[in-house]
Design a binder for this molecule. Structure first.
Ligand code: NDP
Length: 450
C-alpha cells in the first residue's frame, strides 16, 4: 500500500469517535497521542500495515460489573465496577483504581490508554490498564468502605494477578482502600503475592511509593528548567489538589528551594503568600489525608486567602503543577497563565490540561511536561514494588530514591530525544508520545496479528 493511501489523522479520529460514541475524554486522550504519532509514522510503512495505533486504541478487554454492598443503616447499595485492560504487549496490565462519582467507561478508557504509554516510558515491563468505580468514599464510614472494597474485589479477583494485571491506587483509593482490597484478594485466592501495589510497608509495600508521583513530577520540572539553563531555587509554584500527588509535590518543591503558594480541593483553593512550608504542609496533610476535612480550614489556620469554587491558575507565579484531576486547566486559564509569565508546567494529575490549553502552552514555548511523562514516577515505583514482591525482598529507601531520580531523568532524556525541534524548543508532549509509542508498537509487531 502506498503511504498516501493510509487514513489520515482526521479520518482516524472520525472512525474512533464513531466506534466510541460519547466518550469525550477517551477521544481527547487518543487525539493527543495520534496527532504526534501520525507524523512520526508517516514514512514507516510497517506501523500502518500492522494497524498499530488502531489496535492500541482498542482495549484488549473491558470488564464491567455490579458491586452490591450494605451501608451502616442496612440499606443495599449498588455501584458499578470496571477494569479496562488496554494493552499487555510489554508486561502485565498495570494501572490504578479510581473511586469517584464521576467514574465512567470513557474516563477509565482514557486513563488506561494513557497508562500504556506512561508505563512504556518508565522502561519497566508493564502494560497499561485502569479501573475503578462510581462509588464515593467521601462521607462513608471505614466499615462501609471495607464492605464496598470486599464486594468490589470479589468480582475483580477473577481478572487480576501478579503476572496478569496489577492494580494500584488513584483518586479515592489510598492506603486504607488498598489494605481492604488486598485483604479480600488474599482471602479469596489463598495466596500472598504482589497483586496490588501501594500496599502498606508491613505487607509488601515499597518504600517511597507514597511520595513517588509527587516527587517525580517535581523532578521532571527540575530537569526541564535545568535543560533551559534555569533552576527551581526561589521559584514560586502554583499547585492544585491537596491529595497524595499534590502534597508530596509540595514537599519536594520545598526540598529543592522553591515556594508553593497554592493548594486546592473540590471546594476551592487557598493562596498562601508565605508559602506552604514544612510546618504548614504537615497541617495540610493531616487535614486532607487523616481528618478528610476541607481546605478552607488551612486558610483559617494560617491567615491565608480562600477562594470558594475557584482554581488557582489566575495567581501569578513562575511554574505550575496541576495535581488534582483531568481538564482542570481550561484554555482560557492557560492563556491567563501565559500572560502572567508562567515558565513551566509539569502535570502531576492525569490529563489536567484541556487539549487547546496544551497548544497554547506549546505555541507560547512554555516548557510543558504532559502527565504521561511527568507523573510516571508513581507507577515506576509500583513496578519496582512488583519486582521486590516477586523476589520477596525489600530494597533500601535510598536505593529507591536513586532509582526514582534516575528513571525520571531517563524519561526527560527520551522526551528530549524525540521532542527537540529545529529552534531548540523541546516539545515534551511529542517526545513522550513517540518514545512511549515505539516500544509498545515494536513489541506488537513482533507478536504478529493477535
Ligand atoms: P487524591 O484522592 O489523593 O487527591 C485528589 C485531590 O484532587 C484532592 O485534593 C481532591 O479534592 C482534588 N479533586 C478531585 N477531583 C476534583 C475536582 N473535580 N475538582 C477539583 N479538585 C478535585 O488523588 P491523587 O493525588 O492520588 O491523584 C490526583 C491526580 O493524580 C489524579 O489525576 C490521578 O489520576 C493522578 N495520578 C495519581 C497517582 C498516584 O500515585 N496517586 C499516579 C499518577 C497519576 P477533594 O479532597 O475535595 O476530593
Amino acid at each position: 500500500m502506498a503511504v498516501s493511501d493510509h487514513v489520515n489523522l482526521d479520518e482516524f479520529m472520525t472512525g474512533l469517535r464513531r466506534r466510541n460514541p460519547g466518550e469525550t475524554e477517551f477521544h481527547q486522550a487518543v487525539y493527543e497521542v495520534a496527532a504526534n504519532v501520525f507524523d512520526f509514522i508517516a514514512d514507516k510503512e510497517i506501523y500502518h500495515e500492522m494497524q498499530i495505533l488502531r489496535r492500541i486504541a482498542e482495549p484488549d478487554r473491558i470488564i464491567s460489573f455490579r458491586v452490591c454492598w450494605e451501608d451502616d443503616n442496612g440499606n443495599i447499595r449498588v455501584n458499578r465496577g470496571y477494569r479496562v485492560q488496554n494493552n499487555n504487549s510489554i508486561g502485565p496490565y498495570k494501572g490504578g483504581l479510581r473511586f469517584h462519582p464521576s467514574v465512567n467507561q470513557s474516563i477509565l478508557k482514557f486513563l488506561a490508554f494513557e497508562q500504556t504509554f506512561k508505563n512504556s516510558l518508565t522502561g519497566l515491563p508493564m502494560g497499561g490498564g485502569k479501573g475503578g468505580s462510581d462509588f464515593n468514599p467521601k462521607g462513608k464510614s471505614n466499615n462501609e468502605v471495607m464492605r464496598f472494597c470486599q464486594s468490589f474485589m470479589t468480582e475483580l479477583h477473577r481478572h487480576v494477578g501478579e503476572d496478569t494485571d496489577v492494580p494500584a491506587g488513584d483518586i479515592g483509593v489510598g492506603a486504607r482502600e488498598i489494605g481492604y482490597l488486598f485483604g479480600q484478594w488474599k482471602r479469596l485466592t489463598n495466596k500472598f503475592t504482589g497483586t496490588l501495589t501501594g500496599k502498606g510497608r508491613e505487607y509488601g509495600g515499597s518504600p517511597i511509593r507514597t511520595e513517588a508521583t509527587g516527587y517525580g513530577t517535581v523532578y521532571m520540572l527540575q530537569d526541564m528548567l535545568q535543560q533551559a539553563g534555569e533552576d527551581l531555587e526561589g521559584k514560586t509554584c502554583l499547585v492544585s489538589g491537596s491529595g497524595n500527588v499534590a502534597t508530596y509535590a509540595i514537599e519536594k518543591i520545598n526540598h529543592l528551594g522553591g515556594k508553593a503558594v497554592t493548594a486546592s480541593d473540590s471546594s476551592g483553593f487557598v493562596y498562601d503568600a508565605h508559602g506552604i512550608d514544612t510546618e504548614r504542609l504537615a497541617f495540610l496533610m493531616e487535614l486532607k489525608n487523616v481528618r478528610r476535612g476541607r481546605i478552607e480550614e488551612y486558610a483559617k489556620e494560617f491567615g491565608a486567602e480562600f477562594y470558594a469554587g475557584e482554581r488557582p491558575w489566575r495567581v501569578a507565579a513562575d511554574v505550575a503543577l496541576p495535581c488534582a484531576t483531568q481538564n482542570e486547566i481550561s484554555t482560557a486559564e492557560a492563556q491567563t497563565m501565559i500572560g502572567n509569565g508562567i515558565k513551566a508546567v509539569s502535570e502531576g494529575a492525569n490529563m489536567p490540561t484541556e487539549q487547546e490549553g496544551i497548544h497554547e502552552f506549546t505555541n507560547a514555548k512554555v516548557l510543558f511536561a504532559p502527565s504521561k511523562a511527568a507523573n510516571a514516577g508513581g507507577v515506576a515505583i509500583s513496578g519496582l514494588e512488583m519486582s521486590q514482591n516477586s523476589a520477596r525482598i525489600t530494597w533500601k529507601e535510598q536505593e529507591l530514591q536513586d532509582l526514582l531520580r534516575n528513571i525520571m531523568g531517563d524519561i526527560h532524556t527520551s522526551c528530549v530525544e524525540y521532542g527537540k525541534g529545529e529552534d531548540g524548543y523541546i516539545d515534551y508532549v511529542k517526545g513522550a508520545n513517540i518514545a512511549g509509542f515505539i516500544k509498545v508498537a515494536d513489541a506488537m509487531i513482533a507478536y504478529g496479528v493477535v
